[in-house]
Unconditional design. Structure first.
Ligand SMILES: [Zn+2]
Length: 67
């Protein structure tokens, strides 16, 4: 049998695609968690930035009016 090799999407290392490789298609747990973490933080960042924008627009008009 010939092992099927894939490139780790995170670092490009050639990885043997087998059921023994728990992290496929990544080369290691670290690459897998790093990739998922980057994806998750990127999707989290979008709503946070939008909320910050709304706060910044609301604060200047609220501040002077209250004083
Ligand atoms: Zn990797």
């Amino acid at each position: 049998m010939v092992d099927r090799l894939v490139n780790c999407p995170r670092c490009g290392t050639k990885v043997v695609w087998s059921t023994d490789n728990l992290w496929r298609p990544f080369c290691s747990e670290r690459c897998k968690t790093t990739d998922l973490g980057a994806w998750a933080s990127e999707s989290y960042r979008i709503p946070v930035v939008e909320m910050d924008d709304m706060d910044e627009q609301a604060l200047p008009s609220d501040g002077p009016a209250l004083n």
